[in-house]
Structures are given as structure tokens and as C-alpha cells.
Design a protein around this ligand. Structure first.
Ligand SMILES: Cc1cc2nc3c(=O)[nH]c(=O)nc-3n(C[C@H](O)[C@H](O)[C@H](O)COP(=O)(O)OP(=O)(O)OC[C@H]3O[C@@H](n4cnc5c(N)ncnc54)[C@H](O)[C@@H]3O)c2cc1C
Length: 443
């Protein structure tokens, strides 16, 4: 008889992991602390409770990366997508759900599964024996977080994210911007292409600061700021402290030479390479609590970014996550304790769908291992594969921040058959992904 799989956390990831492993024939024990121990965001004792919005975002599986992730999860028999489709609400192209029946659906399916049993209560220590998946999410309880911190090191666990906007490299106007590391540090090609620079005149800088100060901001949720560290200030807060603060901080114009002009820039916005593929660049030091609707307009005021497309916009949230690129192997196992896998938002993916997808993978990988085989991760040209490849090695561990699924994580593709334009290219990405994912399901 195979050993049971223990899963900590019955959220999006833990519920999906439990379902996948049980469907593969593994006995699962699902440990969940709610309702006896709560969080500031959860309200019920149901599994897979949606803590805020009721949307799984775009369901367009032909031209949208998160829609493609939906498609892959449906193809893999995912419980979260099954429940979402059963309780779908009209929302145009988005997959919005009726949150309570959705969570009740997931809860009922798990509770009636003959291979799943339940252990109610908080798990306070990272277990040393047995096979485990930790899927405790952005609000991992304090005691367990401390145990994870002791096992992985203080620098390896964060309690807030500080997300700077990420731009698709190909949409930066290089007739305005240029590649250069400050003071020309670094000799290798990778180091020399680590930074893009966008110059600003004084007038452009002044207009940018005005827009930053005027933009609508989001507030923290009640209870979210406990333990907030003042060291990752939003750019708009830096600007409020003085109009020149940014020019002496992340926008300082020193150590850089603009090859397009003899005029010395008044300020420079730097973008740093965000993945090994070089398809994504983040705007250095630009974590922000501006509303998403305001961010695009404000950031497109930066010369060189006037036509930029954003793979993700900035934010600052209460969010417990580990430094996955340095801690996890490609099986999502803790390198230092391979009996433990991590899944969900705690691995540094962001969002309901991405978290559930990582639960799906961890559940399948753990089940395969318990059955005496190794299930390779899906190829990186699939949405699930691109995401897991990013968190377990594609991202730079030194600057790792949570990531949504987006086409910038995929190996680049040239449009086939002479098709041009971004939409056609996205279709080519999703066609390729569906073939790869379908093949992976038979591995
Ligand atoms: C305030 C807030 C708002 C958010 N809004 C959105 C949004 O609008 N859209 C979106 O896509 N994402 C949002 N997120 C992110 C969202 O939480 C995740 O996308 C998703 O819920 C993560 O799934 P998960 O399974 O990793 O974690 P969760 O769904 O949070 O599940 C983790 C589970 O682990 C349990 N747990 C924690 N510690 C222990 C322990 N020690 N022992 C036993 N059980 C434990 C928790 O009770 C919980 O049930 C928000 C997050 C927060 C904090």
C-alpha cells in the first residue's frame, strides 16, 4: 500500500492538489486550520474560498495566457475549473463565478471523495517525515511561517510583495531607450543587456511627478498592514516626500550615457531584465499602490514606454511567499527537504488561477512519486510549464517577486504562415501550448 500524501491548506492550490492526487489513486489527508483558526481575509470554513474578487479573469484560451491556463486545467480534469464552470456568472469574456456555491461545490466534491480524509487544525511545524505539500497561501499562519523561515533562512521568506510593473521587452521603443548597466558594470552579454534606460527631460520629469501624485491609489485591506515594513515604499509615497526624491533614488541619472542624444538626462527610469529569456523587464524600484487603471497611463508617460505593453502591473500586498528559484527543484520540492513540496501562492505565483494550477501540478507530481515514477513538469511552451519553469529557475532569485501567467514567460515564437500582429502571435502561442500540453497529459 502506498503512503498517504498530506496537504496543508485547503485553498485554491491545496484543494486542487488533493483532488488530483486522489484521482490518481493516492490517499490524501487534507489539513486545514479554518474555521477554528481564521485569517483576516477568509470568512468561512469552506475549501477554496475566494478572498476578494470573484473573477478567474479572461477565459479566452486562444489569445490570452490566463485563458490558456483555464484550458489546460480543464484538460487535466481540474476541480477548481469544474466548479468555476458549474457556477459561472455572466461577465463577458471573463470567467466570473458565484463565490459561495463555487466553494461549496469544491468542498462537497472533496468531502465525498473516498480517498480524501480531513485533519482540522493549524499545522505549526514543517514536518520531517512523510510526503507533504505546503499550500498555505499568502496568509500562512505565523507559527508555520516561522518554521518555514527556520528551515529555509530569513532571506528566503517574504511577508509582503513589492511588485514593480513588468513590460514586454519588445514593446520598448529602443530609438529612445538604450541598454546599459550603470557605470558599465558587467562584461558578459547577459550583464550588458540587464538594464534598459529611459531618459527624461526636466519637463517630462515634472509632468510625470504631477501624474503620479494625482493618480488614484488603492488602500490596504483591513488587517493587511500588520508587520508592514517601511523599506519598500511605493513610488508615489516617495514622490510625496519631495518632488526630487525619485531623482535621487530609483530615477537617478548618474553613470549612464544616452547614445541617442548629447543632452544629459534630468532623470532616468531603469528597467531590469526579469527572466532568463530576456522577454520581460521590470521597472526598477517602481512598486506602487496606484490603481491598475491609472498605472498604464502614468507609465506610458515615460519616454520609450509610450507604446509599452505590460505583462503585469505593480502592487504591494500582504503576501507570504518563499524564494522558489533558490529553494525548489523542478519537482516543486524543497531542495533541502525533498519530502516537502510547495504549491500555490506561497511559491510566488499570484492569483487564484495560477495558485490552483500550481496545486494541480504538485498534486500530480507527488502522486507520481508515491507510485514510484517521476512526472516531468509540463514543457515551458505550455502555460503551466512556463509558470513552473519561471518560479523554479527562470526567474532571478535575487529579485524574485510573485508572477502572473503571461506570454512573456513562454519561449518566443515567430508567427507561423506569415501571420502578423500580436493577436496572431498569441494564437500561435496557444496552438503550440495546446499540442504540448495534450502530449504531456499522456506522459
Ligand atoms: C487580501 C487578499 C486579497 C486577494 N485578492 C485576490 C483577488 O481578488 N484575485 C486573485 O486572483 N487573488 C487574490 N488574492 C490572492 C489569493 O489569496 C490567491 O490567489 C489564492 O487564494 C491563493 O491560493 P492558495 O491556495 O495558495 O492560498 P489560499 O487560497 O489562501 O489557501 C491557503 C489555505 O491554507 C490555510 N492555512 C494557512 N496556514 C495554515 C496552517 N498553518 N495550517 C493549516 N492550514 C493553513 C488557510 O486557512 C487557507 O485555507 C488575494 C489575497 C489576499 C491576501
Amino acid at each position: 500500500m502506498t503512503e498517504p500524501l498530506h496537504i496543508i491548506g485547503g485553498g485554491m492550490a491545496g484543494s486542487e492538489a488533493a483532488w488530483q492526487a486522489a484521482q490518481a489513486g493516492i490517499d490524501v489527508v487534507l489539513h486545514e486550520m479554518r474555521p477554528s483558526v481564521g485569517t483576516f481575509a477568509h470568512r468561512t470554513g469552506n475549501f477554496a474560498e475566494m478572498v476578494c474578487s470573484n473573477s478567474f479573469r479572461s477565459d479566452d484560451h486562444e489569445r490570452n495566457a490566463v485563458g490558456l491556463l483555464h484550458w489546460e486545467m480543464r484538460a487535466a480534469g481540474g476541480l477548481i475549473l469544474e466548479a468555476a464552470m458549474a457556477h459561472r456568472l455572466p461577465a463577458g469574456g471573463a470567467l466570473a463565478v458565484d463565490r459561495e456555491p463555487f466553494a461549496e461545490h469544491v468542498t462537497a466534491r472533496l468531502r465525498s471523495h473516498p480517498r480524501i480524509s480531513f485533519a482540522e487544525g493549524e499545522v505549526t511545524d514543517l514536518p520531517r517525515e512523510g510526503h507533504w505539500i505546503v499550500a498555505t497561501g499568502p496568509l500562512t499562519s505565523a507559527a508555520l511561517a516561522e518554521s518555514i523561515r527556520q528551515a529555509t533562512g530569513a532571506q528566503s521568506l517574504a511577508f509582503f510583495d513589492a511588485i514593480a510593473p513588468i513590460v514586454y521587452a519588445e514593446t520598448v521603443d529602443m530609438s529612445v531607450a538604450w541598454m546599459q548597466s550603470r557605470y558599465d558594470k558587467g562584461a558578459t552579454h547577459e550583464e550588458q543587456t540587464a538594464y534598459m534606460n529611459c531618459p527624461m527631460t526636466k519637463d517630462e520629469y515634472d509632468a510625470f511627478i504631477d501624474a503620479l501624485l494625482a493618480a488614484e491609489k488603492t488602500e490596504f485591506h483591513p488587517g493587511e498592514t500588520a508587520g508592514y515594513f517601511d523599506g519598500c515604499l511605493p513610488i508615489e509615497v516617495m514622490a510625496e516626500r519631495g518632488r526630487e526624491t525619485l531623482r535621487f533614488g530609483p530615477m537617478k541619472p548618474v553613470g549612464l550615457t544616452n547614445p541617442h542624444s548629447d543632452q544629459k538626462p534630468y532623470a532616468v527610469v531603469q528597467l531590469r531584465r526579469d527572466n532568463k529569456l530576456g522577454t520581460l523587464y521590470n521597472i526598477v524600484g517602481f512598486q506602487t499602490k496606484m490603481k491598475h487603471s491609472a498605472q498604464t497611463a502614468v507609465f506610458r508617460m515615460i519616454p520609450g514606454l509610450q507604446n509599452a505593453s505590460f505583462a503585469r502591473l505593480g502592487g504591494i500586498h500582504r503576501n507570504t511567499f518563499i524564494n522558489s528559484p533558490s529553494l525548489l527543484d523542478d519537482q516543486m520540492r524543497l531542495k533541502s527537504r525533498p519530502n516537502i513540496r510547495f504549491a500555490g501562492q506561497v511559491t510566488g505565483v499570484e492569483g487564484y488561477v495560477e495558485s490552483a494550477a500550481m496545486g494541480l501540478l504538485a498534486g500530480r507530481m507527488a502522486a507520481a512519486q508515491l507510485q514510484g515514477r517521476i512526472l516531468p513538469p509540463p514543457p515551458p511552451d505550455t502555460a503551466m510549464g512556463a509558470l513552473v519553469t519561471h518560479i523554479t529557475g527562470g526567474a532571478d532569485a535575487r529579485t524574485f517577486q510573485p508572477m502572473n501567467v503571461n506570454f512573456g514567460l513562454f519561449p518566443p515564437i515567430e508567427a507561423r504562415g506569415g501571420r502578423k500582429g500580436r493577436k496572431d502571435r498569441y494564437k500561435a502561442y496557444t496552438d503550440r501550448a495546446k499540442d504540448s500540453f495534450t502530449a504531456w497529459l499522456t506522459v
